[in-house]
Ligand binder design. Structure first.
Ligand SMILES: NC(=O)c1ccc[n+]([C@@H]2O[C@H](COP(=O)([O-])OP(=O)(O)OC[C@H]3O[C@@H](n4cnc5c(N)ncnc54)[C@H](O)[C@@H]3O)[C@@H](O)[C@H]2O)c1
Length: 254
């Protein structure tokens, strides 16, 4: 039998994963490192970034923690310059950084105008800042992969008090389509991964009703989005761009 062709390898690629200090971002960082990428582990909280990077290195992968706030354009620009100096370039950007702490949930009618900015600062401005910082280099090299993590809440109406978060997550989808259209000719793909609930086993057991509403009857694990992203950022996925792909156990089918 012929030797099998290996696919979706990320050897030699440099990936920046934002908000990778815990949960979804940490799962994505672990999977990309397992596929051979050198992962720059970002988180606003330095201790979290260090923990994820240490775990990856202990498992035999290559990772470096780099703490900065994605909503601060100057900090993002400085971080990408630091990566250029140490790792050489950013081949893969995963915009994952999410809420810093529990989300405030309230009906829109009860919200005050000063609360609207927070989800946009990290989800929309954070994404724009990181994309802006890496896109020029990707264009120069004729290659790049950008993935942004959105939510099913940005694709459907829900009566659970997350309307402004949903507006920011929907904004991510719109922007990524345009980024894909503008940069396809430069060898850069831009996709959005839409998540259902990713919870720890302990959290999931407390919400059995939610688990029962998901066709595959389990909550997402931090690695589930990573497995799709490892494909989307591979050389083999060069014909997939401007798409929103759901990782949600079938919880939302559109
Ligand atoms: N967990 C879910 O069920 C779920 C569902 C749908 C979408 N998502 C999306 O997945 C992503 C990750 O979610 P999570 O549940 O792992 O969140 P989380 O809060 O557990 O982790 C997010 C990490 O991002 C970091 N972060 C926050 N603001 C930052 C900033 N300005 N700069 C750098 N780092 C920052 C935090 O310190 C934290 O470590 C988010 O974009 C979120 O909207 C999550």
């Amino acid at each position: 039998m012929d030797e099998r062709t290996k696919m979706f390898e990320l050897d030699g690629k440099v990936a920046l994963v934002t908000g990778a200090g815990q949960n979804v971002g940490a799962g994505i960082a672990r999977v990309l490192a397992a596929q051979g990428a050198t992962v720059v582990v970002n988180d606003f909280h330095a201790d979290r970034a260090e923990r994820t990077a240490k775990e990856i290195v202990a498992a035999g992968g290559a990772a470096r923690p780099l703490s900065f706030d994605v909503s601060d354009f100057d900090a993002v620009t400085a971080a990408v310059a630091d990566i250029a100096a140490h790792e050489g370039r950013v081949d893969i950007l995963v915009n994952n950084a999410g809420p810093d702490g529990p989300m405030t949930m309230a009906p829109f009618s009860e919200m005050s105008a000063d609360s609207w900015g927070k989800p946009f600062a990290v989800n929309v401005y954070g994404m724009l800042n990181c994309c802006k910082a890496v896109i020029g280099g990707m264009i120069d090299r004729g290659h790049g992969r950008i993935v942004t993590i959105t939510s099913g809440a940005g694709q459907q109406g829900l009566d659970i008090g997350v309307s402004t978060y949903a507006a920011a997550k929907a904004g991510q989808i719109g922007f990524m389509r345009h980024l894909a259209a503008e940069n396809g000719p430069h060898g850069i793909t831009c996709n959005t991964v839409s998540l259902g609930l990713v919870l720890s086993d302990a959290e999931a057991s407390a919400v059995q009703r939610l688990v029962d509403s998901i066709p595959v009857r389990r909550m997402g694990k931090p690695e589930d989005p990573g497995y799709l992203i490892a494909y989307l950022v591979s050389d083999e996925a060069s014909w997939i761009t401007g798409q929103t792909v759901a990782v949600n156990g079938g919880g939302l089918m559109i």
